[in-house]
Design a protein around this ligand. Structure first.
Ligand SMILES: Cc1cc2nc3c(=O)[nH]c(=O)nc-3n(C[C@H](O)[C@H](O)[C@H](O)COP(=O)(O)O)c2cc1C
Length: 263
């Protein structure tokens, strides 16, 4: 992740106390990290903590003329190579799913074309509520990654699904999602010629090869791009199909060609 720009959004959940550690883990892997806090997040954690661990001024207010002069919300949205919201509250999921832009973080998310990942964290009943589940389904259908939540003891004293994944795990997912330079590159002028496979179905000249990192690998062809699927327990909490969906739509946007997926 050397030199990659990660925008970390922190929303108002109890798990926000883990987010400074996520900044550290991302920076350990070479990323530059810009933190954006919602007003809810500021009830749990202070900008000073994030400024200290990120080495950058923390942004929070959409209506801050000084900050907007330095880097507007649109420039911030363009700056990011990857956006991760951790923790993501039920409220934030709802606002993002309905396309609201009522604060700096939701506005950024609408204005960026960088991949977005959410690490939900909330009470187990908030998580299983049909409204939250419908919002998650909507977000995933748009190619937004939803990582977690994990299961276990909750801050409210209950036990169940709703825990934010651990910072180390999230940092590794970000790192796996930001491919090394060149790996995700789409050929500048991909051939639009459609060749026809044995089955008679048109075959895309661009192929996404999903590699199992342990132990089998598939050799990608020259017009292909590859992703490493984390193995065993790590894979269980990644929504792999949404990751592939997102890559597919980015490749299609960049090339005008709908990629084929091989696994
Ligand atoms: C003590 C306390 C803890 C909270 N913890 C959570 C939480 O873990 N997850 C969640 O979704 N909402 C939680 N909430 C509710 C959110 O803070 C609230 O919905 C807020 O509007 C979220 O705003 P934001 O997403 O813009 O930060 C909590 C509220 C309080 C008062």
């Amino acid at each position: 992740m050397q030199g990659k720009r990660v925008l970390l959004g922190v929303t108002g959940g109890i798990a926000a106390y883990k987010s400074p550690d996520l900044v550290r883990r991302l920076r350990e892997q070479g990323a530059e990290v810009q933190v954006v806090l919602t007003s809810g997040a500021r009830e749990f954690v202070t900008p000073t903590t994030f400024q200290a661990v990120s080495g950058r001024e923390v942004r929070s207010d959409l209506w801050d003329p000084e900050a907007e002069k330095a880097m507007s919300h649109i420039e911030l949205a363009r700056w990011a190579d990857f956006v991760i919201i951790a923790p993501a509250t039920a409220d934030f999921l709802a606002r993002l799913a309905t396309g609201q832009a009522d604060d700096l973080l939701t506005t950024l998310c609408l204005a960026t074309d960088a991949p977005i990942a959410l690490a939900p964290a909330m009470n187990r009943l908030m998580w299983s509520n049909p409204a939250t589940q419908a919002n998650v389904a909507t977000l995933e259908s748009r190619g937004i990654h939803v990582w977690g939540p994990g299961e276990g003891d909750q801050a409210c004293g209950e036990v169940g699904a709703g825990r934010m994944l651990e910072p180390t795990q999230l940092a590794n997912y970000v790192s796996n999602s930001i491919a090394p330079a060149g790996q995700l590159a789409v050929p500048e002028k991909p051939s639009k010629a459609i060749d026809v496979s044995d089955t008679g179905r048109p075959r895309s000249p661009i192929t996404i090869v999903v590699r199992a990192s342990c132990p089998r690998t598939t050799s990608p062809s020259s017009a292909s791009t590859s992703m490493r699927r984390p193995c065993a327990s790590a894979a269980a909490s990644v929504n792999w199909s949404s990751l592939v969906l997102s890559l597919k739509s980015r490749l299609k946007r960049a090339s005008g060609v709908s990629p084929r997926v091989e696994s």
